[in-house]
Write a protein that binds this ligand. Sequence first.
Ligand code: C5P
Length: 249
Amino acid sequence: MPTSASPADRLLVALDVPSLDEADALLGRLDGIITGCKIGSQLFTAAGPAAIETARKRGFRVFLDLKYHDIPNTVGAAVRQATRLGVFMLNVHASGGLAMARAAAEAAAKAAGDFAIPRPLCLGVTVLTSLDRRALQREVGVPMSVESHVLHLASLAREAGLDGCVASAQEISPLRVAMGPRWVIVTPGIRFEAGAAVGSPRADDQVRIATPRRALVAGADYLVVGRPVSAAKDPAAAAAAIVAELATP
Ligand code: C5P
């Protein structure tokens, strides 16, 4: 994404709601404030492709966050279908390996050609923002620091032909240095300053968090924000406040 992209284009609000009606209502409130949204497992499982169609009809670009992680053939086939649905960005778990990530990148390019539509950006999920070093080592069994593992998975994603990665704010700077300016970095785990310290209720289940401004300054292309907007009393005001924060010179 060009560095000149507007703040309104950089904020992707996660439609983490249980029904199409609720997603549509949230989109209605965000209309005119942001241009993109993220559809993940909850809404897609509840409503299917209609969720994407609803968002696109309202003029929103859709990041389909289904984090595919399966054998290469299955992931490639799923990416083909996601591409056909017209999403502008999708993701796979980079930890699924080189062949799997390559199948995703190739399927997106082929489907875009076959259906004469733009190829979606394909990202590799690195280490979930809900994991810290202890959980990564003890539970997932990866004997590395989070940063080293994120950098390792990002390199693998690039070798496979993916366009970028999903990573927490803490890894944005080292990723930018290692991967260069054209690598797309998408960062979830965004929280406002007040009450957002790790372990506070405002952090929810996220442990590697940052404010919108800090993530942007560190070099993120897109910020994914869920509960700070969707669970706010006034989601439109919350989204507008983030956009305003991003626009502050
Ligand atoms: O509510 P919250 O702001 O924590 O939502 C973050 C969103 O980003 C959720 O939809 C979550 O699934 C997604 N996400 C994440 N960490 C990743 C990839 C996606 O939190 N590594």
